[in-house]
Design a protein around this ligand. Structure first.
Ligand code: GMT
Length: 388
């Protein structure tokens, strides 16, 4: 098989699209391909690997005339530079806004000596910002102009057709997100002290009956972190429990105020953003994801791979990730009582919890393991290049 020269464009801010782009970059490099990553900064997690991924930073122009620095143009320019210098076969843009547009510009500028382009739609680039009136037309045009389009779930494929208006004649490939199941793996035995250290500087040990729930997100409104806190409020009235909140973002202040108002400061701990939380999550008892929408829900998959059952909203692509009643529970968006009931039911009975945790791990390995995902991506790239 010939070595591929692949460019990957992504955001470096915390979030699933940057994680997937980084894991893909590392994985393709390990498979022997030359991978060039283009972003403002190296995305979190890309550093954790010995295999070389070549990084090219996008620097932004500033000038008093400009109201905002033209990021999309800077990315386009960087793609041209890297593609020419390294004779890229494929450029793969993660998150359409504005990367699909930058990639289209670069392709046009390079003419015949250009590369094949792939856009992976991740979520709000289709469901929210991507369909805002101010950019919808150019976003749709740029995505449709990509040689290949991938999405992480059947849900997002449907929405891309309906909301973005991508025609049936344009192929959209479902290549599900994936997880490194060696990295996210269950604990040999759940050790309370690993988590206890995180609460109040470790001053209060976690009691044998106490259960630890975790939520990981970027604290954007769409994540509904407040619902996790309100559900937890009900859960801890019915059984001893604690809640670890991992991440940071615009809603954090409001959520912190809610924790104080509900008098939960002793049981709820805000850890802030963490790039590496696999050790923490594998010792937890339950993962909560009460989002308003998720195209996929990568954090939920990382919990499942760690052998941690998930209680999540029954929305978007989440039912494709969490098997309701088997690897976790799905409850209607905003139904705090239902979420609390599901959590208590899972935590109340040791046998149910163990069975769900084992099914979670098995299903993550079976359907979402990294090596098979990398093979699917590579086959897709080769198909676009006309190799088979
Ligand atoms: O679309 C976003 O809100 C950002 C994006 C990200 O960069 O985190 O999240 C989306 O992509 C992830 C990776 O494919 C998915 O796991 C998330 O479900 C998805 N978020 C939403 O759909 C809200």
């Amino acid at each position: 098989m010939t070595q591929l020269r692949i460019g990957i464009v992504c955001f470096a801010s915390p979030g699933g699209s940057g994680v997937i782009a980084a894991e893909l970059a590392k994985g393709m490099a390990r498979r022997g391909h030359r991978v060039h990553l283009i972003a403002r900064r190296p995305p979190p997690r890309v550093a954790f690997d010995a295999t070389p991924v070549f990084f090219h930073s996008v620097s932004l122009a500033s000038y008093p005339v400009l109201e905002q620095s033209p990021y999309a143009l800077a990315v386009a320019s960087k793609i041209i530079e890297v593609a020419q210098e390294h004779r890229l076969d494929i450029v793969h843009a993660h998150y359409a806004v504005p990367h699909a547009t930058s990639m289209y510009l670069a392709q046009q500028a390079m003419g015949e000596r250009s590369f094949r382009s792939v856009t992976t739609l991740h979520g709000t680039d289709v469901t929210r910002v991507g369909v805002e009136a101010s950019i919808q037309r150019i976003n749709r045009f740029s995505v449709e102009s990509s040689d290949g389009i991938t999405v992480p779930s059947q849900f997002l494929k449907r929405v891309a057709r309906e909301d973005l208006g991508l025609p049936e004649t344009k192929g959209i490939e479902v290549l599900t997100n994936f997880v490194d199941t060696d990295h996210f793996r269950p604990a040999k035995s759940r050790r309370r002290e690993v988590l206890a250290r995180l609460f109040n500087g470790g001053s209060t040990p976690i009691g044998p009956d106490e259960r630890v729930l975790v939520h990981v997100s970027n604290f954007r409104p769409v994540k509904r972190v407040g619902d996790a806190v309100q559900a937890f409020h009900r859960i801890q009235q019915r059984r001893p429990a604690r809640l670890l909140l991992v991440g940071d973002g615009p809603e954090r202040g409001e959520v912190a105020a809610m924790v104080r108002a509900l008098d939960l400061s002793r049981q709820v701990c805000f850890l802030g953003a963490m790039v590496e939380f696999s050790e923490l999550i594998r010792h937890a008892d339950l993962f909560m994801l009460p989002s308003e929408t998720e195209s996929f829900g990568l954090a939920a998959l990382e919990a499942l791979a760690s052998g941690v059952p998930v209680v999540a909203s029954d929305v978007g692509g989440l039912p494709e990730v969490v098997k309701n009643g088997v690897t976790g529970r799905l409850t209607p968006v905003g139904d705090i009582e239902a979420m609390a009931d599901a959590a208590v039911e899972l935590l109340a009975d040791e046998t149910t919890h163990r069975r769900t945790a084992q099914a979670a791990r098995a299903d993550a390995v079976d359907r979402f393991a990294l090596p098979a995902a990398l093979e699917r991506y590579e086959a897709y790239y080769r198909r676009l290049l006309g190799e088979r």
